[in-house]
Ligand binder design. Structure first.
Ligand code: ZN
Length: 103
């Protein structure tokens, strides 16, 4: 477990993630992407940076749940939740997340 920087469209977070999560987030371009990791527990988010505020904040982002449903996305996966990590100050979207369940 290490404190790792994960990038989103509207900023980044520093989070305590597992090696497996780090592997999922790594698209081989030299940085890790928050949207490729399963929804993080906000307790694991140590810091976040918001492009809109142009500031770093200690502590977690907020989580905004966009929808919770059971949408089949393939023969094996169901999308059960979709939402965003948002800045705790201005509510801008820092990154999106999706939660899948295996059938
Ligand atoms: Zn902000």
């Amino acid at each position: 477990m290490t404190d790792t920087q994960l990038h989103g469209s509207g900023g980044w977070v520093i989070a305590d993630i597992t090696d497996e999560q780090a592997k999922n987030a790594d698209l081989g371009v030299g940085k890790l992407f928050l949207s490729k990791v399963e929804k993080l527990d906000t307790e694991k988010i140590i810091k976040h940076y918001c492009k809109n505020c142009d500031s770093e904040f200690d502590g977690p982002t907020k989580i905004r749940i966009e929808e919770q449903n059971n949408e089949e996305v393939s023969d094996e996966l169901i999308l059960i939740e979709r939402g965003q990590y948002t800045c705790h100050k201005c509510d801008s979207i820092i990154a999106e997340y999706r939660v899948f369940k295996k059938k």
